[in-house]
Design a protein around this ligand. Structure first.
Ligand code: ZN
Length: 161
């Protein structure tokens, strides 16, 4: 249980006005480590157990329910699942995307920034400033090299323009 930082999980609970108990921090961290995949209550229980954290199944169920109601987790129930188990996933607004897009404001050329470290750092900074909820729609507005060069040439040719 090293990545992501427990601090981020702690902040997310506080942002959603949920008291950060050991069980809530543990469950949310397991869902973070699931890396965008679903986990059911038993899988959460076992991950915590492996990490040396002992909670009852009833506590795990209760926390998953609380976190879903607060919007931190999405609950998914499938009829094809024989046991009829609910599965849980971090809500998209909580999970930072790993790909951001930069768009040239002049020619609209797009560049994808696929960098997990960048995404992680950006999310942490945004969270501190209270902007993390809208981060999944972020696109950077930039000027590409070709357009920058063209602007400079135009300025050099027509200094008054
Ligand atoms: Zn451009």
């Amino acid at each position: 249980m090293s990545n992501p930082t427990p601090t981020r999980v702690y902040e997310q609970l506080r942002e959603h006005r949920i008291r950060p108990t050991a069980a809530r921090i543990g469950v949310l961290q397991v869902l973070h480590e699931a890396d965008g995949n679903y986990r059911n209550a038993e899988q959460v229980y076992l991950s915590l157990y492996d990490a040396g954290l002992r909670f009852s199944m009833a506590s795990i169920y209760r926390v998953l329910q609380e976190l879903s109601q607060s919007g931190l987790l999405l609950r998914h129930w499938s009829k094809s699942d024989q046991a009829g188990k609910s599965r849980f996933l971090l809500a998209p607004a909580v999970l930072p995307p790993t790909v951001y897009t930069a768009v040239c404001r002049i020619c609209a050329r797009r560049m994808e920034i696929e960098d997990a470290t960048f995404a992680e750092n950006l999310h942490r900074v945004a969270q501190g400033a209270g902007f993390s909820a809208g981060l999944h729609t972020l696109s950077l507005s930039v000027t590409c090299n070709a357009c920058s060069a063209e602007q400079l040439t135009r300025l050099a040719t027509h200094p008054s323009a």
